[in-house]
Design a protein around this ligand. Structure first.
Ligand SMILES: [Zn+2]
Ligand SMILES: [Zn+2]
Length: 395
C-alpha cells in the first residue's frame, strides 16, 4: 500500500508542470454550461493520447473507463465538472480568459485538470490495483437542471454500478495543501421561486376599485419569511430569499402585475418539499383574502449533497494517510448548491474540498468573482488525492 502511495506522490509531482499547462489552457478557453464542446474535445484528445477508452454522453460529457486487475472486484467513480460562468475576468495573468464575458470563476478548469491528471496516473498504475475506475467529466454544473442529471440519465452510474462516487471542489477559504471533509449533508438543495401577482390594475386614488398587487406582493414577501422562521426546526438550516421585485412604473397607477423571483434552500429533503407546499398554501390563502390572482411556481433544482458516512469516513482516513492528518479538517455546512447531489441520491457519494488559498500571493477571492484564482500547487494535491482514492477506496 505505501509503495502505491509513494508512486502516486512521485507521479503527481512529475506531472505537475504539464498539469499546470492543461489548467491554463482550459482557463483561457472557458465555455458556458451545456456549451462545453471544445472542452469536451480537449478531454477526449487527452484521454486518447493516454490510451484510456471513453464514450461521449450527455452531449458534451465524457465517460472514461480504466480497468485494473480483476475489473469487477470494485468500481469507483471520480467526477469533475467542465463549465464556466458568464463573468468578465479581471485577473492579470497571461492565461486570462480569451472568451469575452466567460470565465472559469468556479474552478471547474481545475477540477477537469485534476481528473485528467489522476486518470494518467491510474492508467500508468493499472497493473497494480484491482477494480475499475469510471471517470465522469460532466457538463452544466452551474445551470439547472444540472449536467449530473444528464450523466445519470445517460447511464454513467450503470453497467457497472460504482460502489461510490468522489468529487472535489476548490475552496478559496482553505489554504493550499489542505483538504476538508464532512459526513452527512454538506450542501443545500436549491429551488427557484417565480411568482406572478395579478389584478385588474387601476387608479392609485381608488384602490377600493381594484386589487393592490404591490401590497399583496409586500404581504407575500413578509409572510414567506415565516415559513423559515416559524415552521422550520431551528436546528436545521433553511433559507428563503426573494431577490427580485418588478411591478409598476409610475406614482399613481396600481400595476396589473407584480413579479417576484427568489431562491429556497434546505438541508433536508423532507422539509424541502413540505416547505414548497407551505409556500403554495400561503399564496393561495393570500389570493383568497385579497382577490389577487397569484401564480406561484417552484422550479425544483439541485438536491442536497449528502456525504454517505461510511464512504466519507474511508475517504477521510485515506486523506489523513496521504496528506498527514494535520492537513485534513472538518468542513462546515454551506447553503450553496452543487449538482453532485444528484449522484449522492443514487449511490454513496463523498464531496470534499481542496484548499487553494494563498494569502501571500493575494489568492483570497471567492468563487464566482472576477478575481477568483488558485494557488496552482493545489493541482498536485488534488491529482494525487483523486488517484489515491481511486486505488484505495473499498480495496
Ligand atoms: Zn459555481
Ligand atoms: Zn463549482
Amino acid at each position: 500500500m505505501s509503495m502505491l502511495l509513494e508512486k502516486i506522490k512521485s507521479l503527481a509531482k512529475q506531472h505537475q508542470a504539464e498539469n499546470v499547462l492543461t489548467r491554463r489552457h482550459l482557463h483561457a478557453h472557458p465555455e458556458l454550461s451545456y456549451q462545453e464542446f471544445e472542452t469536451s474535445k480537449y478531454i477526449q484528445a487527452q484521454l486518447t493520447a493516454i490510451g484510456i477508452p471513453f464514450s461521449v454522453i450527455a452531449t458534451t460529457g465524457v465517460l472514461g473507463i480504466i480497468e485494473g486487475k480483476n475489473p469487477s472486484k470494485r468500481i469507483i467513480a471520480l467526477r469533475a465538472d467542465m463549465d464556466a460562468l458568464p463573468i468578465i475576468e479581471e485577473n492579470k495573468v497571461d492565461y486570462i480568459s480569451t472568451q469575452e464575458g466567460v470565465m472559469h470563476a468556479c474552478g471547474h478548469d481545475v477540477h477537469t485538470t485534476i481528473l485528467l491528471g489522476a486518470a494518467k496516473i491510474l492508467w500508468t498504475l493499472r497493473g497494480e490495483f484491482e477494480g475499475t475506475i469510471k471517470l465522469l467529466f460532466q457538463p452544466g454544473e452551474e445551470k439547472n437542471p444540472g449536467g449530473a442529471s444528464y450523466m445519470i440519465r445517460d447511464g454513467a452510474l450503470k453497467n457497472p454500478v460504482p460502489q461510490g462516487i468522489i468529487g472535489l471542489h476548490v475552496h478559496p477559504g482553505l489554504n493550499q495543501g489542505k483538504l476538508s471533509f464532512r459526513k452527512g449533508r454538506v450542501m443545500a438543495s436549491a429551488d427557484e421561486l417565480y411568482v406572478s401577482i395579478k389584478g385588474p390594475g387601476g387608479h392609485a386614488a381608488t384602490p377600493h376599485q381594484t386589487v393592490d398587487t404591490v401590497l399583496v406582493a409586500a404581504q407575500l414577501i413578509t409572510s414567506l419569511q415565516t415559513i423559515v422562521s416559524r415552521n422550520r426546526d431551528p436546528q436545521n438550516p433553511s433559507v428563503l430569499s426573494i431577490c427580485s421585485v418588478h411591478g409598476g412604473n409610475t406614482t399613481n397607477v396600481i400595476p396589473s402585475e407584480v413579479k417576484l423571483m427568489g431562491t429556497f434552500r434546505a438541508m433536508d429533503e423532507v422539509w424541502r418539499f413540505k416547505a414548497h407546499e407551505l409556500m403554495l398554501q400561503q399564496a393561495k390563502g393570500l389570493s383568497l383574502a385579497t382577490g389577487a390572482e397569484i401564480d406561484f411556481r417552484v422550479d425544483v433544482g439541485y438536491p442536497t449533497v449528502d456525504n454517505e458516512p461510511n464512504l466519507t469516513d474511508a475517504a477521510w482516513k485515506l486523506a489523513d494517510t496521504y496528506m498527514g492528518a494535520s492537513n485534513v479538517e472538518e468542513t462546515e455546512k454551506r447553503m450553496g448548491a452543487e449538482d453532485f447531489g444528484y449522484y449522492s441520491q443514487v449511490i454513496p457519494g463523498c464531496f470534499f474540498r481542496l484548499g487553494v488559498r494563498n494569502e501571500a500571493q493575494g489568492i483570497i477571492h471567492n468563487v464566482h468573482t472576477p478575481h477568483f484564482n488558485i494557488d496552482e500547487s493545489a493541482i498536485e494535491t488534488g491529482v494525487g488525492m483523486m488517484a489515491w482514492l481511486g486505488v484505495q477506496l473499498f480495496a
